[in-house]
Design a protein around this ligand. Structure first.
Ligand code: LRH
Ligand code: MN
Length: 382
């Protein structure tokens, strides 16, 4: 168990260190990075404090630079590596009616060319995963042809899949709605799964915990995709209502535990299963670096509780039809305070048992507020 916790790798989002918020307001914060290099400097603080966040996912063009090898070197010098490359075909004016599913072949060409350019970036950064989320959809019945859009989406994905290198994957993310409000071309796990099956073994589904209808049993989706060998990764965050993108585990720690219980039980923590554990959050009103540290700690705590589940006792109760007994096995693990264990694991790794105290003591926050004056703070350009 301690070995699994020491080996845990959580991928933090470059955009989590920049300004991001809602359509109503994005609140800026002193000391925010002005470029991807400074975002990596902040990500390095999260890894230094937690020991569990050595990978940073990029978002293009938010993290566009002239020299991606230099960015990868900057990461390496700070004990980090560059993870998933997130494409962005949802902010260009051309994408009003969609990107890869747009009715106009010229716009589809523009979108596919961006996706192919992201694979070129992966070649430079050494990234394995091309993470694709499409805002594509319609707002009114009749606006466009539902199956026609699926054909266009499938054609675009096939072209990009063919371009992948041997060690590279497509992680296909779905989302119920927003910014499209009538149809979304990739609205749910089933649609993503079907497209991944059609593409091949190096196309897998991403489960963003904020992308489901209220009341959706996400751990069922996770268990099913793991059984099919089609779970590529997670975008962890939490929500009370919709795609709130709040800190992972903050709104519903029990759900995060139930999800990670299915991951643990179905071999999802084994490196060879290849599940990527990303955070995908917006820190509009809270301190960005402490928020990422807290989120990593929340995932660690849910993981430790999941690894504590007595699977033999659980299976025995399940096969005996002992409903309450089986439920009690899970609740015993969930109700166990794993913070002392995680503090011990950190101390054994030579880390401060309290990552947030370690960050406060680092002086990094004061330093970046003093140094990062002028220039344009990084944001998500929405
Ligand atoms: C879409 C999404 C996707 C990212 C974006 C930042 O809601 O979850 O993963 O590209 O957020
Ligand atoms: Mn996401």
């Amino acid at each position: 168990m301690k070995a699994a916790l020491r080996a845990q790798v959580i991928e933090t989002p470059s955009w989590g260190y920049g300004n991001s918020g809602t359509r109503f307001k994005v609140f800026a914060e002193p000391g925010v990075p002005r470029d991807p290099f400074e975002k990596l400097d902040d990500a390095a603080q999260v890894h230094a404090a937690t020991g569990a966040a050595p990978v940073v996912s990029l978002h293009i063009p938010w993290d566009a630079v002239g020299d991606y090898e230099a960015l990868a070197r900057h990461a390496k010098e700070r004990g980090l590596r560059l993870g998933a490359v997130n494409a962005n075909v949802f902010q260009d004016d051309a994408y009003r009616l969609g990107s890869v599913a747009h009715p106009d072949p010229k716009v589809r060409r523009q979108a596919v060319d961006h996706l192919l350019a992201c694979v070129d970036i992966m070649d430079a950064t050494g990234s394995r995963d091309l993470k694709l989320w499409f805002a594509d959809g319609t707002n009114y019945p009749g606006q466009d042809d539902i199956t026609g859009r699926q054909d266009r989406l499938a054609e675009a994905l096939a072209e990009v899949y063919a371009r992948l290198g041997d060690q590279q994957r497509i992680l296909l993310e779905y989302k119920l709605f927003e910014p499209s409000f009538y149809t979304t071309d990739l609205p749910d796990w089933g649609t993503s799964y079907a497209h991944c099956l059609a593409l091949g073994e190096r196309a897998q589904v991403v489960v963003d915990t904020g992308h489901h209808a209220p009341g959706t049993n996400i751990e069922f989706i996770v268990a099913f995709l793991l059984r099919q060998g089609k779970l590529g990764g997670f975008d962890f965050n939490s929500r009370f209502y919709a795609d709130d993108d709040l800190m992972a585990g903050a709104a519903d720690p029990f759900q995060l535990f139930r999800i990670l219980h299915e991951v643990a039980k179905n071999g999802g923590f084994a490196a060879e299963t290849g599940v990527a554990f990303l955070l995908d959050q917006c820190h509009n009103i809270e301190g960005k670096i402490p928020a990422v540290i807290r989120s990593v700690m929340n995932v660690q705590e849910a993981t430790a509780k999941a690894l504590l589940v007595d699977l033999d006792a659980l299976r025995a109760a399940q096969s005996a039809g002992d409903v309450l007994g089986a439920n009690a096995v899970l609740m015993d693990a969930y109700n166990t305070d794993v913070r002392p264990l995680l503090a011990e694991v950190r101390e054994e790794q030579g880390l401060d048992p309290d990552p947030l105290a370690a960050y406060r003591a680092s002086g990094h926050q004061e330093r970046i507020v003093a140094e990062r004056v002028g220039g344009t703070q990084a944001g998500w350009g929405a």
